[in-house]
Ligand binder design. Structure first.
Ligand SMILES: [Zn+2]
Length: 401
């Protein structure tokens, strides 16, 4: 049997950084390299039906054992890693963390994080300081693969049908796009893609994007009096009309925001790009109304057509779907508690593939992987947390009868 540690160390060395600029799926070839690896490992365990489709989605199935009439449970993790930092990972193992400052190979230091003292005495896996670790989400991949191996052994506990999927391009928001929900055939699923051990998430933002375009009236500045409408300044005026305290840097928990992601312009034309986020759908609609009101006010001031706004919905909070199936959350809470882990339910301040899948008929909350500091060079994961997550997954799929 391969340990979850061993699997993780192997998977993180495959470069699978996804790339938004590439239209193809998967967006980068390394993801298929990892996909092939996972398929052959699943086949070696005896999962003869494992395969990777043309888009790099990996699927594998384990038939029910002694619990044929119980629901089919899906488990999902993503193979790509964030492009925020390079992805060619050379993992480093700290056999017994002393609780102090962690010095990475390249001199970067990990210190001052409130979770660090609790990890004292544990085996940690960190980066060399030059890349992400990729625990997001190769820890999820390794944990699900280790679960599969356990379920394929003779003395595995009774369980219903298990459906496993490893998706490409989650980090660039496309992980659910080509997911074959009917082919997957699960009644419900869990993404294993969260952080600290015990995280259980089923709420994400409602999300919209917004492009504000300003058309000015350009004229030589020497003869501009009462003639010029400087589009860049009108854009700044627009930005000033949105509540400054409702920005990402001033919000947390269930507080939504307007986030300016880009801007550009001159006297004649200017553009502002925003993303709008709120867990509460009504409050997101209110944010859209503020945007439209600002646009109208500036058009009254400078003339019709000076400012135009294009609003688009991006994704929705999966809470409304998952809440209809409380047993899915209860099952996860029970699985954590059965292994001495107190579940921590908190809202995701972002989106998740699970949200899109939930609205496509596959309710899909998110579980922890055990990792910390995702998307950065200081990413790390304690080995005992991964081992615990494998136990949690075993409890999760185990049939009650
Ligand atoms: Zn992730």
């Amino acid at each position: 049997m391969n340990s979850v540690r061993e699997r993780f160390l192997r998977y993180v060395q495959v470069e699978t950084t996804s790339c938004e600029a590439n239209e193809c799926c998967p967006s980068t070839p390394g993801q298929k390299v990892l996909g092939e690896m996972l398929v052959s490992e699943m086949k070696a365990m005896g999962m003869q039906n494992a395969f990777m489709d043309e888009h790099g989605y990996v699927y594998g199935f384990i038939p029910a054992k002694g619990a044929e009439d119980t629901p089919s449970i899906g488990l999902i993790a993503h193979m790509d890693t964030s492009d925020a930092v390079p992805g060619a990972t050379v993992p480093q193992v700290i056999p017994c963390y002393d609780g102090g400052v962690i010095r990475l190979k390249n001199g970067v230091e990990i210190s001052g994080f409130s979770f660090l003292p609790d990890l004292k005495g544990q085996e940690l896996i960190v980066t060399s300081g030059n890349s992400v670790l990729g625990a997001d989400d190769k820890a999820g991949v390794a944990e699900i693969m280790t679960l599969c191996e356990r379920l394929m052994t003779q003395d595995a506990p009774n369980h219903g049908r298990i459906c496993v999927a490893f998706t490409p391009d989650e980090e660039i928001g496309r992980g659910a796009d080509l997911f074959d929900v009917p082919g997957f055939g699960a009644d419900f699923a869990y993404t294993v893609d969260g952080g600290a051990l015990g995280e259980l998430e089923y709420e994400c933002f409602n999300a919209a994007s917004c492009v504000v375009r300003v058309t000015g009236a350009s004229i030589h500045p020497g003869s501009a009096k009462n003639q010029m409408i400087n589009a860049s300044l009108v854009a700044m005026e627009f930005a000033g009309m949105l509540p400054p305290w409702e920005r990402p840097e001033h919000t947390e928990g269930y507080e939504g925001f307007y986030h300016l992601t880009g801007m550009g312009g001159n006297e004649e034309a200017a553009e502002l790009r925003y993303i709008l986020r709120d867990h509460d759908r009504t409050k997101l609609e209110a944010k859209k109304a503020v945007i439209n009101a600002a646009c109208e006010m500036l058009n009254r001031r400078y003339g019709a057509g000076t400012v135009s706004v294009e609003l688009k919905d991006s994704y929705r909070n999966m809470r409304e779907i998952v809440e209809r199936h409380p047993e899915i959350l209860e099952r996860a809470e029970k699985a954590f508690r059965a292994n001495g882990v107190e579940p921590v339910v908190s809202p995701i301040r972002g989106g998740t593939d699970g949200a899109q899948l939930s609205f496509r008929g596959l309710p899909c909350p998110n579980l922890s992987t055990g990792g910390y500091n995702f998307h950065g060079r200081k990413e790390l994961i304690p080995v005992p947390a991964m081992e615990k997550m494998v136990d949690v997954l075993v409890s999760l799929v185990q049939s009650a009868s």
